[in-house]
Design a protein around this ligand. Structure first.
Ligand code: SAH
Length: 351
């Protein structure tokens, strides 16, 4: 039999031919599964650059934040957990900083991409891998980190059509994928304040993200520990379509070439915090990434690095600016902390 390679787009088009338009969340999940499984998307040669790839200071300060909590909690045996660790850079930087505080936790990484798992294994030898948070061990407090993880999880979108609110789906109009309002009316499930929005309005929710936040909240409340969630986003719920695609550091059409572009949506921090609190965890923030890094002492860390490598002075100052500047990652990116009620108050979130 002749075997022409079946692309991710072919597979999605075939699914639509059989079952009709598919919800945006299914389209996004299928596209990202393929995308992350088939490449290293990070860095100058890839599609986007994340905070830990900009500077070692990011992971180090997170490691020190965790070590400080652990010290004040009385140095219990803990696990380091990271969700979607990318190249493993943040984990390596954080673990090095934790070692300086004599914290040597076993490492548990939640990652679905086989190729990224390989890189993570190299930078964090001995790490244990999990497909999802349910596989994490239950016998110790968890120190959990998630940077740019939740933005990659699928969102559902509701769209206000002329006839009322419907779920936004994706259909195949050869050669294009196009969004369409489809399915039964959903007006009854919406709060009054949102129901009367003008036609074309979109409401986004991420049930997958809320479910993971609930599970993390449950683990923290029952096992102890804390979590730091960093991502770009807002405090919702709000009207708006934030689904976007990035390829080679440029914005692209999210409905073209599924599986070849990074699909993300802005993270609704209010919903994540509420989900974790519903399971008994406490939440702190969110506050801007820039403010949090400054409170954690990024400038003194930068000074120390510069003193050790004066020739890198400009590069290091540039990295601080990228991570903290209000026009850069400082305010769009936010940090949210979750903690067990029995654990100390996390640093950096004081009013
Ligand atoms: N945290 C890293 C990488 C961010 S990219 C950094 O800051 O550089 C998103 C990461 O989440 C990748 O490692 C990707 O493979 C992983 N990922 C995406 N969807 C996932 C899912 N459903 N379950 C587990 N990991 C996922």
């Amino acid at each position: 039999m002749g075997s022409s390679p079946v692309t991710c787009a072919d597979a999605i088009a075939a699914a639509i031919a059989i079952q009709g338009p598919i919800p945006i969340a299914h389209f996004m999940a299928a596209a990202n599964r393929h995308y992350y499984a088939t490449r290293d998307p990070l860095g100058a040669a890839g599609d986007f650059t994340t905070a830990p790839e900009i500077s070692q200071m990011f992971g180090e300060l997170i490691g020190l934040w965790l070590a400080d909590l652990w010290l004040r909690a009385g140095k219990p045996d803990v696990y380091y957990v990271e969700l979607g660790p990318g190249r493993g850079t943040l984990a390596a930087d954080a673990l090095r900083a934790m070692r300086s505080a004599e914290l040597f936790p076993p490492v548990h990484l939640v990652e679905t991409s086989p190729s990224l798992r390989e890189q993570q294994q190299q930078r964090c030898p001995g790490a244990t891998f999990h497909d999802d948070v349910d596989g994490l061990p239950g016998d110790r407090p968890l120190l959990i980190v998630a940077n740019e993880f939740f933005d990659a999880l699928p969102v559902r979108q509701l769209v206000r059509a002329a006839s009322g609110w419907r779920e936004r789906h994706v259909t195949w109009a050869n050669p294009l994928f196009v969004p369409v309002a489809s399915g039964p009316p959903l007006d009854d499930i919406l709060p009054d304040a949102l129901r009367e929005a003008p036609p074309g309005s979109i409401i986004e929710t991420s049930p997958a993200s809320a479910a993971i936040a609930r599970r993390i909240g449950h683990r923290l409340a029952t096992q102890g520990g804390a979590a730091l969630i960093v991502d770009y986003g807002y405090e919702g719920p709000a009207i708006g379509d934030t689904l976007q695609a990035v390829r080679a550091h440029e914005y692209a059409n999210p409905f073209e070439e599924p599986g070849e572009r990074d699909l993300t949506a802005h993270v609704d921090f209010a919903t994540l915090a509420e989900a974790a609190r519903a399971e008994g965890a406490l939440s702190f923030g969110p506050i801007g990434q820039g403010e949090w890094l400054e409170r954690m002492g990024i400038w003194s860390r930068a000074e120390r690095l510069m003193a050790g490598a004066p020739e890198r002075r400009e590069e290091i100052a540039g990295a601080v600016e990228r991570l903290t500047g209000t026009e850069q990652m400082g305010t769009l990116f936010k940090t949210l902390a979750l903690a067990a009620p029995s654990w100390p108050q996390p640093a950096g979130f004081e009013a």
